[in-house]
Design a protein around this ligand. Sequence first.
Ligand SMILES: Nc1ncnc2c1ncn2[C@@H]1O[C@H](COP(=O)(O)OP(=O)(O)OP(=O)(O)O)[C@@H](O)[C@H]1O
Length: 721
Amino acid sequence: MTEQDRELANVDASLPVRAVLEGEFVNDVPAVERTPWRRRAVNWWRRSPRVPLWAKDRVHAVQAVKDLVVAVLRSPFRFMGAVVRGLVVAVRWWRSWVTVRDYREAAEQSEKLADKFTDIRELTLFRWKVTGATVVTVALVVAVLDLVYGHRALWIAGGVCAVALAVLGRRKDGSPGRKAVLAGPRTLTWTMDPQILVDAFRDAKLIGKDETLRLVDRATRRGEGWAVTVDLPATRKAADVVKQREALASALAVDEIQLSVERVRGNGGHAGRVAMWVADEDPYAKPPIRTPLLGVHRWDAWRPVPFGTDARGRRIDLPMVWTSVLIGALPRQGKTMAQRLAAAGLIMDPHVRLLVADFKAGKDWGAVAQMAHRFMSGDDSEHVLTFLDWLVELVADVQQRYRRMRELDDLTCPESKVTPDMSRDPSLDMPITALFVDELHIPLEDRTPVEVQGKKLTAGEYIGELLTWLAKKAPAAGLILVLATQRPDAKTLPTRLRAVLGSRFALRVMDYRDSNIILGEQMNTRGYDSSRLLPSHKGVGILRPDGETQAGAEVLALTVRTFYMPNEDWREICQRGRSLREVEGTLTGHAAGQEAQPMLDHAAVAKAIGSAPTPAEAERAGEIELPEPLASVVDYLANDLDGDDGRDFVPTAELVAALDVEPTFGLDMAKLGCRSTRDRVPTEDGVKQVRGYAVADIRAAVERLREAALIDGEVIDDDDR
Ligand SMILES: Nc1ncnc2c1ncn2[C@@H]1O[C@H](COP(=O)(O)OP(=O)(O)OP(=O)(O)O)[C@@H](O)[C@H]1O
């Protein structure tokens, strides 16, 4: 072998090569693998848009046969209906002809009815005579035919007439026919007749009067409901259909909880393709399903955790690693259950470290104490301060992790992120660590004074800052935050914290504002509003996942019913978690009886999270300036805006009189998102309807502007670092 040959061999060494046996004939020309014609034909058949779906797919074929059988069975009734309608149409036409209606109406309109009366009478008489003569002739012809050919002729003549009448009376757009003034209740019948689906889209104003839908997939049975996929006319958007789900549900005569509408994205879809599924009955009225985690021995925290099912019964898993979760709801709607489900997957992975702060102080979390690294249950100030220490410890731990990651080689740690192998390597000490906080509003509202580097804060404010820092920086280092709160209002939950929590789960809340606070700005206008969920639907909420779920990567949010995990199942899972950790030797902290006080370096942590002022401080210091005239309005309405018992409405006239505003006041306010409305207010002259502003709208506009300002500040902050 020459030197050159050796070099070439070295270059190619990286390529996978098949061993060549000595004496084997090596053909240099690569054999072109031909696809057999049969497979090509099958491929063409499967992909061709010209081949109907029922000829490609078994489900659709079965549905097509069912539809055919139903159509055949219904055809005699439909035929009879069409004949009767045809008869009505024919009689109506004859009446207007015999009474010369068109001529009479024209004369009436030109006010010449009196002049034309004799003509009209004569014509009417003549047409009656023609009618009489025709009837007599037809009767004679029929009698003769009957005599000559027997009754068969009568049947044939009757059949031809019936077909003619049926054609005349067939249902088609704009066909005449009497409509009932007050028809009976509307029911869902579109599964049999796609025209009703088109009418529903028209009634819901999702398509125009002259537009129609294109059927991509016929209505087929899927689970316990009907699925259908349609294409909207060009320029109409599927996103609008998702938004108008309620109107469509009304047009289809079903409860909106039964209707699921999704935009079909990716290769098989486009911006105007809508997949709909209509449940036969309320999908959440059935008994809850127990968590499938009970059936497995252990779980891998890197796999999404089984969380619940959607309306169709598809399992929805929640990705946990590299994200943080916010759960919000009114009391007794299933927050703790949802949180415990997320925890269950992590408990069954012995390499995960769990910290649980239960400010509800009930028995719901008790069982987790046997395997948790840190556990606390209570709602006093001392608990809040202990929790604060945990957070300080976590911030220091995260900083340490990043420092250590910088020193690791690229093979072990390819980016500044914990990998599955790293999280399981005890020598690296970077296990996935999950912090669960139930009733988060309790520590956030705590007013115990604390001093951080000479600055006086309340414990709640400092906790908000620490959590924000953790939610922003810690997920990549393997720390998961799962926060649940009963009070998802803007005052309690700092905007900066909300903005960095990746996954959101909103169970039923009071109104759309609270729902938006959990799910994100304007989510109600995109069709996701958890205040519309029913109180009886425990554990049902809207999930906005951070990452892909079974419903697809592109789905913005979906309604999910969490699995059911009663206390006995929860206890069993916690016991399994403990046993797994004992076997792996990963039982630490509280569970292992090591209640060592965390080593805290408050100064370093305060430095790490920066000396950025808290949102409250920033507002106090006037850093977040509101534009005029909103700023003056906010000053004027200070008490009404802050307190829950303030006014709901303020008249424009009052604002104009109190504040020295420009003539463009209304326009300026509208630009800032506050539109005036009309409301009834008591005055000296009694109750009067006046123009003014809803205080809630003003509050929302202020909140929006502050949020935007804070997020902008955040971005600048991040870039600086
Ligand atoms: N998926 C579910 N299916 C059926 N019932 C559920 C489901 N999730 C929760 N529940 C029921 O709802 C009730 C409230 O649940 P949970 O205690 O989790 O609510 P919560 O919002 O945490 O309450 P609180 O506000 O008191 O903390 C419980 O009785 C529970 O059994």
